[in-house]
Each structure stands twice: as structure tokens, then as C-alpha cells.
Design a protein. Structure first.
Length: 113
């Protein structure tokens, strides 16, 4: 609660002494089982200094589950990457290997671009 004033920057002042400001908490979607996930594995070169990365998009679920899946993929491939904003980023062009790994884990994955 040390920086809660930043959440109230656009709020108009209230003269009511009993007023309590509440913030809306965004709820995360429940993680779908792997059989119902439709993941698309593609490649991206934009804004990365010419380097290629493999993007896994289409994940529906909690951020912790996304990070866990990203961790599994990174360790199995032996490369670096990140998992945030509903996408898993794997350094390098590993589209075919990622699709095979995801399908072996029970996900519905297809190769994109």
C-alpha cells in the first residue's frame, strides 16, 4: 500500500469523510486444459535487432501457468526466453521443435508463419 496513490491519479477529490476509494481488481481467466488450448507457433523479427525469436501465442489462462509452460519449453530446448502478456518468447527459430513439444504435452499447437 506504499504506492497506492498512483492508482488514484485520475480521481476527483471527495469531501465525504467516510469515502473509501476502491480499485477494480482484474480477474485472471481460468487456465483451460491443454486439450482445449489452441496455440499458434510463429517467428518474429520486428524490434529485435534482426534476431529471430519463436512466439507461442493464444494461451488462455493464468500468468503463473503461462510462465510454467514457458519454463518447460526453455529447459527442454536449452535456450532463453520469456513468458509475459499471453505470449511465450523463445530465442531462436525453433518453430518445428516447439510444435512437437507442445503436442507431446497435449496442447493443440500449429505452426504459424
Amino acid at each position: 500500500m506504499a504506492n497506492d496513490w498512483k492508482d488514484r491519479l485520475g480521481v476527483v477529490f471527495s469531501t465525504n469523510p467516510d469515502f473509501q476509494y476502491t480499485t477494480a481488481q482484474a480477474q485472471e481467466a481460468e487456465t483451460l486444459p491443454p486439450q482445449r488450448q489452441r496455440l499458434v507457433v510463429g517467428i518474429d523479427r520486428r524490434n529485435r535487432g534482426g534476431k529471430q525469436v519463436t512466439l507461442v501465442s493464444g494461451f488462455v489462462g493464468k500468468a503463473d501457468d503461462l510462465k510454467e509452460l514457458g519454463r518447460v519449453l526453455k529447459t527442454r530446448l536449452g535456450v532463453g526466453g520469456s513468458a509475459k502478456d499471453g505470449e511465450i518468447t523463445i530465442q531462436g527459430d525453433f518453430r518445428d521443435k516447439v510444435v512437437e513439444l507442445l503436442q507431446s504435452l497435449g496442447y493443440q499447437a500449429k505452426r504459424g508463419n
